[in-house]
Write a protein that binds this ligand. Structure first.
Ligand SMILES: [Zn+2]
Length: 219
């Protein structure tokens, strides 16, 4: 952002009695870099900006070309923009999805992120949220997969969600902690081999546990 960009709290903005964004969370006005990106931008910069905001849980809208209102995603239903009904197949033909999809494939080097195949690549949504358009997900929630891995993963994720339904909240929270902490602390391969050995009656669980504790994280 450049020096011609100004930040307004919603109170400051409402005092100006402008036409747009009086219901937003905050407003940025711009004549500089951001103005150019949003109005005449290079599509890649524009998508990166949009992606950054989504990862913080915001949507934005241009009012006049020089002012941008920011909305929390749960307030989106109050935002003025309404799209006519489109089927999911129509939405996947939307250029906003096509661009996002291309970014995910490009980031993966045009290879399946599970098996490295370069054939029949598709983009998988790791979760869905009611009311979000296919292109309104942060990059980190999308995965480039070959058709085969995409189908397999979809089935497995459905089974996992069904298993989670059997857990209490505190038990499920352990899984979240396990995944976020352990991947940071241990060598990834050794960690998953240990998990895989849990409850296995053949008994190499102790060995896998020792390996997980001793193998360096990046080796
Ligand atoms: Zn694959």
């Amino acid at each position: 952002m450049t020096s011609e960009t100004h930040f307004f709290t919603i109170e400051e903005w409402q005092e100006r009695e402008e036409e747009y964004h009086n219901e937003s969370e905050f407003v940025i006005t711009t004549e500089g870099g951001l103005y150019n990106i949003l109005n005449f931008g290079d599509e890649k910069q524009y998508l990166e900006f949009e992606d950054l905001l989504l990862s913080f849980g915001f949507f934005y809208e241009l009012g006049n070309a020089w002012n941008i209102g920011f909305y929390y995603e749960e307030n989106l239903e109050n935002a003025p923009l309404e799209e006519p009904f489109k089927s999911y197949a129509d939405k996947l033909r939307d250029s906003r999805w096509q661009n996002k999809r291309d970014m995910v494939k490009s980031r993966a080097g045009y290879c399946c992120q599970d098996c490295s195949s370069s054939k029949n690549l598709e983009v998988h949504h790791c979760y869905y949220q009611y009311g979000r358009e296919p292109w309104e997900y942060p990059l980190d929630s999308l995965r480039c997969l070959c058709r085969n891995c995409h189908e397999k993963r979809g089935r497995l994720e459905t089974v996992l969600r069904a298993k989670f339904a059997d857990l209490r909240f505190d038990e499920l929270a352990v899984f979240k902690k396990l995944i976020s902490n352990s991947i940071l602390a241990y060598n990834r391969k050794a960690f998953f081999e240990f998990l895989n050995s849990l409850g296995d009656m053949n008994g190499d669980m102790d060995k896998k546990y020792d390996e997980m504790k001793t193998i360096k994280r990046f080796s």
